[in-house]
Design a protein around this ligand. Structure first.
Ligand SMILES: Cc1cc2nc3c(=O)[nH]c(=O)nc-3n(C[C@H](O)[C@H](O)[C@H](O)COP(=O)(O)O)c2cc1C
Ligand SMILES: O=C(O)C(=O)c1ccccc1
Length: 387
C-alpha cells in the first residue's frame, strides 16, 4: 500500500535512530521551542490573538468536545487510510494545506520559500498570503502547488492586478479573506509595540506591484519605516465595501476556483454560494479578529448543512494534530488548513521544521483513518459524536 508508506514511514525510524535532538511532536512543545528561538515581538505576533484570546482558546477546546467513533472491523476497509481528496476537479494527495500566514520574514529568513519546500516535499499545497515577504512570482518558482490568498485592497485596480498576477504565476485557486477588513484588537502587539507593517514587512507583493507602485511618488524602500509606501499600504490594505455580491467581480479577472475564507455562519455561507463562490473556508482567523466569537469547529456543521453540495467547505482555526483533522473532516470539511503549528516548525528549523510538523500531522491522520476503517475523504458524521 503506497499511501500507507508515504507519511508514516520514517517517522518511527527517525524518532528512534538516536539522532537527538529531534523536534517535538506536540504542538505545545514545539511552540515553547519556537518561543525560545524567536524575538518576543514576532513570537507575540504569531501566538497572540484578539482581546482576551477567548476565541483562540475556544477553537482548540472545541475539538475536545467531539469524539471519534472508530469502527475497527469495518467491512471492506482493509485498505483504508488513503488521504487523497478531490477539490475543484483536481486530485490532491492529502487533505492538508498550509494556511496563509503573512509577514513570515519575522519568523525565518527564508520565509515563504522554506514553506513551499517543506510543504511540497509532502504533496501539501501552500496558500500564499497577500501579505507575504516574498513576491508571489518568486514563490511560484519554488512551489509545485500553491493557492493565492487575497486581501481585497480598497483599490479595485490593485485587487485585479494581484489576482491576474497570481493566475499568471500558476496559482490553483484564489482564497479571498473576508474577516480582515482591518486587523483585530491585539493587546500583545500593542504591549510590545510590535507592528511589522510599519517597518515595511510583509509587503513584497505590494512593493513589486506595478499598480501599487504607480500610486507612489518615490520607489518603495525595502525596510523603510513610516515611509510613503507604508502609509499607502495602510490606506490600501482592505476594501470596506467588499460584499457577498461584489466578490463575484473576481470572475472577470480569473478562471480559477474562488473560495472565501472567514465564514462562521450558515446565512452568510448561503449568500456566498448564491453569489457563485466555489468554496468556503470556515475559519475565525485563529481567533485573531473577533474575541468571544464562536469557535470555528462549532460553526462548521451549520455551514456544511447550509451549503450542502453546492460548494466545497474547508476548515481552519485550532487544528493541532492529525486527529483534529479527522474530526473536522468527519464534520464535513473537505480539506483542512494548518496554521500556527507549521509556523513554529519554520521558526525552529526552516523548511525541515515545516516538513516535520506536516509529516507528523499527516502520519497521525493516516493512522487514525486506517484505525477507523476509513479513507480520509470518506469520514462523515457517523464517525463522530459529542463527547
Ligand atoms: C501570524 C499569522 C499571520 C496570519 N496571516 C494571515 C494572512 O495573511 N491571511 C489570512 O487569510 N490569514 C492569516 N492568518 C490566519 C491563518 O490563515 C489561519 O486562519 C489561522 O492561523 C488558523 O488558526 P490556528 O493557527 O490557531 O489554527 C494568520 C495567522 C497567523 C497566526
Ligand atoms: O496577522 C494576521 O492575522 C493577518 O491576517 C495579517 C494581516 C495583514 C498582514 C499580515 C498578516
Amino acid at each position: 500500500m503506497s499511501h500507507f508508506a508515504q507519511y508514516q514511514d520514517g517517522v518511527y525510524a527517525d524518532a528512534t535512530n538516536g539522532d537527538l535532538p529531534r523536534l517535538p511532536y506536540h504542538h505545545e512543545a514545539l511552540r515553547d521551542l519556537a518561543e525560545k528561538a524567536m524575538e518576543p515581538g514576532p513570537f507575540g505576533y504569531v501566538e497572540g490573538s484578539a482581546g482576551r484570546e477567548r476565541t483562540a482558546d475556544a477553537n482548540v477546546a472545541a475539538f475536545a468536545r467531539y469524539a471519534l467513533r472508530p469502527r475497527s472491523l469495518r467491512p471492506g476497509a482493509e485498505n483504508a487510510g488513503d488521504l487523497g481528496v478531490t477539490l475543484f476537479g483536481e486530485r490532491y494527495p492529502t487533505p492538508l494545506l498550509t494556511a496563509p500566514v503573512g509577514v513570515l520574514e519575522q519568523v525565518h529568513g527564508e520565509a515563504e520559500l522554506a514553506v513551499a519546500r517543506g510543504a511540497n516535499a509532502l504533496g501539501v499545497p501552500m496558500v500564499l498570503s497577500t501579505a507575504a515577504s516574498t513576491p508571489m512570482e518568486e514563490v511560484a518558482e519554488a512551489a509545485d502547488t500553491w493557492w493565492y490568498q487575497l486581501y481585497w485592497p480598497g483599490d479595485d485596480a490593485l485587487a485585479e492586478s494581484f489576482v491576474r498576477r497570481a493566475t499568471a504565476a500558476g496559482a490553483k485557486a484564489i482564497v479571498v479573506t473576508a474577516d480582515t477588513k482591518r486587523l483585530g484588537w491585539r493587546p500583545r502587539d500593542l504591549a510590545l509595540g510590535h507592528l511589522p507593517f510599519l517597518r515595511s514587512q510583509g509587503m513584497a507583493n505590494y512593493f513589486s506591484d506595478p499598480e501599487f507602485r504607480s500610486r507612489l511618488k518615490a520607489d518603495p524602500e525595502p525596510g523603510g519605516v513610516f515611509t510613503e509606501a507604508v502609509f499607502h499600504f495602510l490606506g490600501a490594505f482592505a476594501s470596506r465595501s467588499l460584499s457577498t455580491d461584489n466578490i463575484a467581480r473576481i470572475r472577470d479577472w480569473t478562471d480559477l476556483p474562488v473560495l472565501v475564507k472567514g465564514v462562521v455562519r450558515g446565512d452568510e455561507a448561503i449568500e456566498l454560494v448564491e453569489a457563485g463562490v466555489d468554496g468556503l473556508v470556515v475559519s475565525n482567523h485563529g481567533g485573531r479578529q473577533v474575541d468571544n466569537a464562536v469557535a470555528a469547529l462549532d460553526a462548521l456543521p451549520e455551514v456544511v448543512e447550509a451549503v450542502g453540495d453546492r460548494a466545497a467547505v474547508l476548515f481552519d482555526s485550532g487544528v493541532r494534530s492529525g486527529a483534529d483533522v479527522a474530526v473536522a473532516m468527519a464534520l464535513g470539511a473537505r480539506a483542512v488548513l494548518l496554521g500556527r503549528p507549521w509556523v513554529y516548525g519554520l521558526a525552529v528549523d526552516g523548511a525541515a521544521g515545516v516538513e516535520h510538523v506536516l509529516r507528523a500531522v499527516l502520519a497521525e491522520l493516516q493512522i487514525t483513518a486506517e484505525l477507523m476503517g476509513r479513507d480520509a475523504a470518506d469520514l462523515d458524521r457517523d464517525d463522530v459524536t459529542r463527547r
